[in-house]
Design a protein around this ligand. Structure first.
Ligand code: 1BN
Ligand code: ZN
Length: 308
C-alpha cells in the first residue's frame, strides 16, 4: 500500500517540530540548571577565609575561637540569615569544655531540610601554631558564602547552614574524642523530633587546597555521593574529584547512624604534608577551589530539588 506524500510530509513536519520542542526544552533545562550553579563568589569566600585564619589557632574555648564564632554570626546576620546557637558542655580528655554549634536557617517553600555543614574549630596541637586554613577555615568560609547565595534566592527546601564546633580531637582522635558538635546536634535534633525533617546532609571539609582533589568517601550514602560526583562531571570538574577512595570519620557519621543520607566532600590527598601542621596556611589555598565546590554543591542542591 502506498502512503500519501502529503500525509508523510505532515508527519515529518510534526516530527521535526516535536524534536525541536524537545531540544529547546533540553536546552532550557540545561541553561536553567547551569544558572542554578552560578552566584557563588570564590573571592568573597576567600576573604572570609583570610579573616578566620587571621584570628589564629581556634581550638574550642580559646579567645580566637570565640572571635571566629562572632565573625561567623555577624556575617550570617549581615546576610539576613536567622541564627540558632546550640551550646553544650563537652566531656573531653582534657576536662569539660563549652562548645557551640552555629546554625543559619534559610526557610524554603517546604519544611523539609537539607543541611549544609562543616566545622569551624581547629585542632589543638601541642606546641604547633596551627591556623587550619584548609582544615577548619575552608569549610566555615565556604558555608558563609553559601548562606549569602541561598539567602538571595527562592528554594524548595529549607536549608540549614551548620558550623560544627569540636570536630577535632582534644587529645587523640577516637570515637569519644572527636565529632563533639555533630554528635550533640544529631542527638538534640532526634530528641526534640526535628531530625525527621532532614532529607539529606552535605558536609564539606578541607575544600580550599589550590590543587583540589576531592576523594570518593566510602562512609557517604552512595546515591548522594553519586549525585555530587555526577554534578562535578557535568560541570567539567572531574579532574578535581580524583582523590582516591577512602572511608573518613567526619561530622556526617552521627547523622548517618541516625538514618540521614549524607555525603562528605573532602580532599585528604592522603595525607598532605601540611595536614595538622603549622604549614596549613592560606598560601596553600585558592578562591578557585572554593568556587569549584560552590558550583558542585549548588548543582547537587538543584538535583535534589528536581528529584523531590
Ligand atoms: C578532617 C579534618 N578530619 C580531621 N580533620 C577527619 C579525619 C579523621 C581525617 C581521621 C583523617 C583521619
Ligand atoms: Zn583536622
Amino acid at each position: 500500500m502506498k502512503g500519501s506524500p502529503k500525509l508523510a510530509g505532515t508527519v515529518i513536519v510534526i516530527g521535526l517540530a516535536a524534536f525541536g520542542a524537545l531540544e529547546i526544552g533540553r536546552y532550557r533545562a540545561r541553561a536553567g540548571g547551569l544558572a542554578a550553579t552560578e552566584g557563588f563568589n570564590g573571592e568573597r569566600a576567600f576573604e572570609d577565609l583570610r579573616h578566620l585564619v587571621d584570628f589564629g589557632p581556634r581550638p574550642p574555648s580559646s579567645p580566637a575561637h570565640a572571635r571566629a564564632r562572632d565573625y561567623i554570626s555577624r556575617q550570617l546576620r549581615a546576610a539576613g540569615v536567622e541564627l540558632w546557637g546550640d551550646s553544650f558542655v563537652a566531656v573531653t580528655p582534657v576536662g569539660p569544655i563549652s562548645m557551640t554549634n552555629v546554625i543559619g536557617v534559610l526557610p524554603g517553600e517546604s519544611p523539609r531540610v537539607v543541611m549544609l555543614a562543616g566545622h569551624y574549630d581547629t585542632a589543638r596541637l601541642e606546641g604547633v601554631h596551627f591556623v587550619g586554613a584548609n582544615d577548619g577555615g575552608s569549610s566555615a568560609a565556604f558555608l558563609l558564602e553559601m548562606a549569602r547565595v541561598l539567602g538571595n534566592r527562592r528554594h524548595r527546601f529549607t536549608y540549614w547552614v551548620v558550623f560544627f564546633d569540636g570536630e577535632e580531637a582534644l587529645k587523640q582522635w577516637s570515637a569519644e574524642d572527636s565529632l563533639y558538635g555533630s554528635r550533640h546536634l544529631a542527638d538534640w535534633l532526634a530528641a526534640e523530633g526535628t531530625l525527621s525533617r532532614v532529607k539529606a546532609m552535605i558536609l564539606v571539609d578541607m575544600v580550599a587546597d589550590r590543587h583540589l582533589n576531592v576523594l570518593h568517601e566510602l562512609n557517604s550514602t552512595p546515591w548522594l555521593e553519586d549525585l555530587v560526583f555526577k554534578s562535578a562531571r557535568e560541570l567539567g570538574f572531574a579532574s578535581s574529584f580524583r582523590g582516591g577512595t577512602f572511608p573518613v570519620e567526619d561530622d556526617h557519621l552521627p547523622f548517618l547512624r541516625k538514618g540521614i543520607p549524607a555525603a562528605d566532600i573532602i580532599d585528604l590527598t592522603p595525607f598532605r604534608s601540611y595536614h595538622h601542621s603549622a604549614q596549613d596556611t592560606i598560601d596553600k589555598c585558592s578562591p578557585q577551589s572554593l568556587a569549584v565546590i560552590g558550583r558542585v554543591v549548588l548543582a547537587t542542591l538543584a538535583g535534589l530539588e528536581r528529584s523531590s
